[in-house]
Design a protein around this ligand. Structure first.
Ligand code: PSU
Ligand code: MN
Length: 297
């Protein structure tokens, strides 16, 4: 495991660090915007007083914090695979490279002593008759990390995913809301039991969580209503995208990237705009929470 000098320095002085995943760069956003977003999100974390640690595997080594040439590889190389936890040992043993998902980023961040993580939307239970559940869910159950996200991706069965998060004893907090966000949409239509009003409130729940039992705290941070994707457009294009995935026989870890790319294409970039805003806003809130956590020692 290799820590960037910036991350190592922040850790040694007890500073705030925010982990960022690399799959959303490599597979969630189209080139070349993805590189701009990756750089910008790191700047946002710095602006709010924390140190960014984008996580990826490069040439068989786990990197916690990427320099610009590493970010360029993750964003630009066609052949960068998506690495969940089960894929990590293969990449490490063969000297391979890859982008880390929520599951593997959460695990590696925890190993590196990082407690706060920002992403777009979590993986979860997919819609339809087949059985497809993201490894993000079980990974979060046993990993002591606070994840800021805009809920779970709206391509999923949100209700089933919330039920799974309950079964897995993952703590879920709304940020200034009792409505569970719907990723591109402000409101998924489902309610939450708990909310926090300030970054320090989220940090306090996370500290208590580690005392109760190590596991994740999800902080669900909705897009403001005036920044969400038009709900009518969302519902129309999602139905088409799900049907297209079925027709094209997309399976396994290709499903999520396929659906996101399809939506970005058919909404003429509107879903991409919302996705970028989600990531920016989550980075901002995660940095504030990390600062609050560091201040509390
Ligand atoms: N959030 C985004 N875009 C993404 C993802 C999250 O805004 O591309 C990625 C994350 O890496 C998450 C993964 O872990 O999608 C889920 O993939 P799967 O459904 O195959 O587990
Ligand atoms: Mn899957």
């Amino acid at each position: 495991m290799s820590l960037s000098p910036e991350v190592a320095q922040a850790q040694s002085r007890g500073g705030a660090v925010v982990a960022l995943e690399s799959t959303l760069i490599a597979h969630g956003l189209p080139r070349p915007d993805n590189l701009d977003v990756a750089r910008e999100v790191e700047e946002i974390v710095r602006r709010y007083g924390a140190t960014p640690a984008t996580i990826a595997v490069l040439d068989g080594c786990v990197h916690i914090g990427l320099d610009d040439s590493a970010l360029q590889r993750i964003a630009g190389e066609e052949s960068i695979p998506k690495l969940g936890i089960r894929d990590l040992p293969v990449a490490l043993a063969t000297g391979g490279s890859g982008a880390t998902t929520v599951s593997s980023t959460a695990l590696l961040a925890t190993r590196a002593g990082i407690a706060v993580f920002a992403t777009g939307g979590l993986g979860g239970v997919h819609r339809g008759g087949g059985y497809d559940e993201s490894a993000d869910l079980t990974a979060l159950a046993g990993t002591p990390i606070l994840v800021v996200c805009a809920g779970v991706k709206s391509i999923l069965d949100v209700e089933a995913t919330l039920e799974r998060l309950e079964s897995l004893s993952v703590t879920v907090l709304g940020y200034r809301t009792y409505r569970f966000p719907g990723f591109y949409l402000t409101d998924s239509g489902f309610t939450l039991d708990w909310r926090v009003e300030q970054p320090a409130g989220a940090a306090a729940v996370f500290r208590a969580r580690t005392q109760v039992q190590p596991g994740a705290v999800v902080v669900a941070n909705p897009l403001p209503a005036d920044e969400q994707l038009d709900p009518g457009l969302h519902d129309r294009v999602l139905a088409d995208a799900l049907a297209a995935a079925d027709t094209d026989g997309i399976t396994g870890k290709a499903v999520t990237p396929y659906l996101l790319a399809n939506l970005h294409r058919v909404t003429g970039g509107e879903s991409l705009r919302a996705n970028v805003r989600i990531i920016q806003r989550n980075a901002e809130l995660a940095a504030q929470i990390a600062v609050a956590l560091a201040a509390a020692g």
